[in-house]
Design a protein around this ligand. Sequence first.
Ligand code: NAP
Length: 261
Amino acid sequence: MQTNDFVNKVAIVTGATGGIGEAIVADLAAQGCAVFAVGRNAQKLAELSQKHQGLAGPIQWVSEDLVQAQAPSRVVKGVLAWKGALNILVNCAGATKRGDFETLSDEDALDGFQLKLHAAVRLCREAWGPLCETQGSIINIGGVGAHTPSWEFTIGGPVNSALHHFGKALAERGIEKNVRINTIHPGFIETERLGKIIAKVQAELDCSVDEAKETVRNRLGVQRFGQPADVAHMVTFLCSNKAAYINGAAINVDGGYTRGL
Ligand SMILES: NC(=O)c1ccc[n+]([C@@H]2O[C@H](COP(=O)([O-])OP(=O)(O)OC[C@H]3O[C@@H](n4cnc5c(N)ncnc54)[C@H](OP(=O)(O)O)[C@@H]3O)[C@@H](O)[C@H]2O)c1
């Protein structure tokens, strides 16, 4: 999708050093959007600033640990100091631990909620005033675990449900202010996170990576794994003028994995 909707627009994207977040940064910048790309790992940020040079929109790569309570405020102040306005906030940072619930600790759960829910809520709060000024848009990246519980995903599933719930609630406020808030639930996307699931199956079955991939794909019942760009394209669409009447939606980008309504 190529559009002029993003020229002179400014976005914050968190989780920018990960597979999905990086793809979102690149897709928005390719449309001419200025992107304030927030990750944590300084080496990855330096590598990505080289890799994504020369796109239509400028990218500012920023390191912040978003579990620190003051980090969201610094991020929003930083983007306003950089470009003077904010049109788009994409909350993509997230890292929730998988495993049998009996082995997951309180700390694991708190870590998952701290980053993916509380940091996103804080960023929404800090960004709300600037987004009301520009009649902007928020995208929260949840995950299909929000709809489809799994015994191995008892932290990520509840976190994604909570983020979905929060986004829906904020969308009601957004009606009055002309700010749109939508949630995207990715399915199984080929990033480092999926690599860990495949490595676990490979170890369990003592098979090749390709065989483990095929096993996982079959268990999920999808034709292929998703690519980060599949999610990024949906973000770009939802932030464009073509999606001007979409507010409070939660959209699966999962190749049909979610069987429930
Ligand atoms: N991949 C999937 O199949 C899938 C499916 C459903 C939902 N999702 C969701 O999509 C989002 C992105 O997933 P992904 O697979 O692209 O993840 P990823 O490759 O693991 O990347 C996670 C991102 O979050 C950042 N991050 C982690 N801890 C942070 C912290 N304390 N402060 C700031 N940033 C932090 C990481 O930054 P550093 O690496 O720089 O620390 C990285 O940029 C996540 O919210 C995930 O739950 C993914």
